[in-house]
Design a protein around this ligand. Structure first.
Ligand SMILES: NC(=O)c1ccc[n+]([C@@H]2O[C@H](COP(=O)([O-])OP(=O)(O)OC[C@H]3O[C@@H](n4cnc5c(N)ncnc54)[C@H](O)[C@@H]3O)[C@@H](O)[C@H]2O)c1
Length: 436
């Protein structure tokens, strides 16, 4: 039998959430079908890459009415406005300040496809404005942000889907069923790895003025003030601590989510140990680690992470994946499929499963269905996304502080001053950390 833990939900009494007046709906708004024409009007915040990819899925559903785009880069905004018109023959409403989009009472739900350092503020503001939220993963860039987002979701009762779309994929659901059957025996360890070169930045660039049409101050938002640098901007921001957490929070949350889901665990590990550095490329411009190993230790199993952002290869010929190590055999998985490899002398039958590549379509469909039916238990809830993001951040914090850590969710502390300083970001004025 595997270890089985159950989700502990915060039951903190929540009162008086501090939100700007402009964003206040007649809150708290119950999650129920409240759209007058039966269609759900959806806006997109952050249009360049994944946000647009998500939004393109919404176009496939007749119950979704895609109506508005928001971006701080005028070039991106105009390009996506043209793409929108090509798809629909209609012009979207355009915004450069997400708070104005949130103040639009015609919008029922928003997709948040901005860099990670923006997820918390935008999600909290959107919930307070009465919107349902599809927010990209990782849920947030720090543990404290994840925790306040959970509090907001609980308080406002709107539908939240976190963009860990693998939870909606048949391949992963079948993998979970297989693991839950117990056939693999006792699972002692899950190995998770992702070796992607994009997480190393090999050439530096000088600071310079931001490109025309970019509101860089609004891109930075709550992150520390600094001059523009093209290597810390679109796409590559994820390799700088102020905006992202490198491979373990980028690819990692998808795969770690499957490890945690497969092990049915939602409690914090007993200890976290890690080692990280730019060992593959000593002159790596990235702050996050091109080489990282993490061990999250539970009472009777461990989850282990490895990334080397250099050669795109890895165990079983896979650049990324996860391996559940059971007493009867191994289950090896990635988005191309999974297979069971019986151990020596085991009576376990080999098994395998191929993907249908509908994870994201299903995930968006599930979000819309939850809004239509007033259900809050989306395929990847706020709690699911929060737990997995916090779990990944633990690895980075252990590596950055070179400490063996135990996080206590009750006291919100590691009991280690250096590590505790990495729990919560200092928001740059005038932005304020959402408050209870
Ligand atoms: N679920 C997945 O499989 C998956 C895959 C890739 C990325 N992601 C996630 O999607 C998010 C976006 O990643 P990306 O690769 O698309 O990044 P990106 O840099 O390509 O795009 C981010 C966009 O957000 C815009 N933006 C930044 N600040 C803004 C603001 N204040 N208001 C409005 N727009 C703003 C930028 O101008 C840019 O257009 C990240 O959280 C990332 O982790 C998820």
């Amino acid at each position: 039998m595997h270890r089985r833990d159950f989700i502990a939900r915060s039951s903190a009494a929540l009162a008086g959430l501090m939100v700007p007046d402009i964003l206040k709906a007649e809150s708290p708004v119950p999650a129920k079908k409240n759209e007058s024409d039966g269609r759900i009007r959806v806006g997109l915040i952050g249009c360049r890459s994944m946000g647009w990819g998500d939004y393109a899925e919404f176009f496939k559903f007749p119950e979704a009415d895609c109506v508005a785009l928001c971006d701080i880069d005028e070039g991106v905004l105009q390009k996506r406005a043209a793409d929108f018109e090509d798809k629909t023959g209609k012009k979207p409403k355009l915004f450069s300040d997400y708070r104005k989009m949130l103040a639009d009472k015609d919008i029922d739900a928003v997709v948040i496809g901005t860099p990670d350092h923006w997820h918390c503020l935008m999600t909290c503001d959107a919930l307070a404005a009465g919107k349902h939220v599809y927010v990209e993963k990782p849920l947030a860039n720090t543990i404290a942000e994840c925790e306040i987002m959970e509090a907001y979701a609980q308080h406002y009762g709107k539908v939240v889907q976190v963009g860990q779309q693998q939870r909606s994929g048949l391949i992963w659901q079948e993998m979970k069923k297989y693991l839950d059957s117990g056939r693999l025996g006792r699972i002692a360890k899950v190995n998770v790895w992702a070796n992607f070169q994009y997480a190393s930045i090999l050439e530096a660039a000088p600071d310079c003025p931001p490109p025309a049409g970019v509101d860089f101050d609004m891109w930075l938002g709550p992150a520390p003030q600094r001059t523009f640098n093209p290597k810390r901007f679109h796409g590559s921001w994820r390799m700088f601590w102020d905006y992202g957490g490198g491979l373990v929070t980028d690819w990692g949350v998808h795969l770690l989510d499957m490890a945690l889901w497969g092990m049915n665990t939602a409690s914090m590990p007993r200890r976290v140990m890690a080692s990280g550095g730019n060992f593959a490329y000593p002159r790596n411009v990235a702050e996050t680690f091109d080489t990282l190993s993490v061990i999250w230790e539970y009472d009777d199993f461990s989850i282990q992470w490895s990334n080397v952002a250099a050669a795109e290869a890895g165990p079983y010929g896979k650049a990324y994946g996860l391996e559940f190590c059971g007493t009867e055999g191994m289950l090896v998985a990635n988005r191309d499929g999974w297979e069971v490899i019986p151990g020596k002398g085991s009576k376990l039958e080999p098994a395998s499963f191929q993907p249908d590549h509908k994870d994201r379509t299903n995930h968006v469909g599930n979000f819309l269905e939850c809004i239509r039916t007033g259900r809050l238990n989306t395929a990847c809830t706020m709690q699911n996304g929060s737990f997995c993001a916090k779990f990944a951040h633990l690895g980075n914090i252990a590596a950055r502080t070179r400490s063996v850590l135990t996080y206590d969710p009750a006291t919100h502390s590691f009991g280690n001053a250096e590590a505790d300083r990495l729990l919560k970001p200092e928001y740059r004025a005038p932005w304020q950390f959402p408050k209870i």
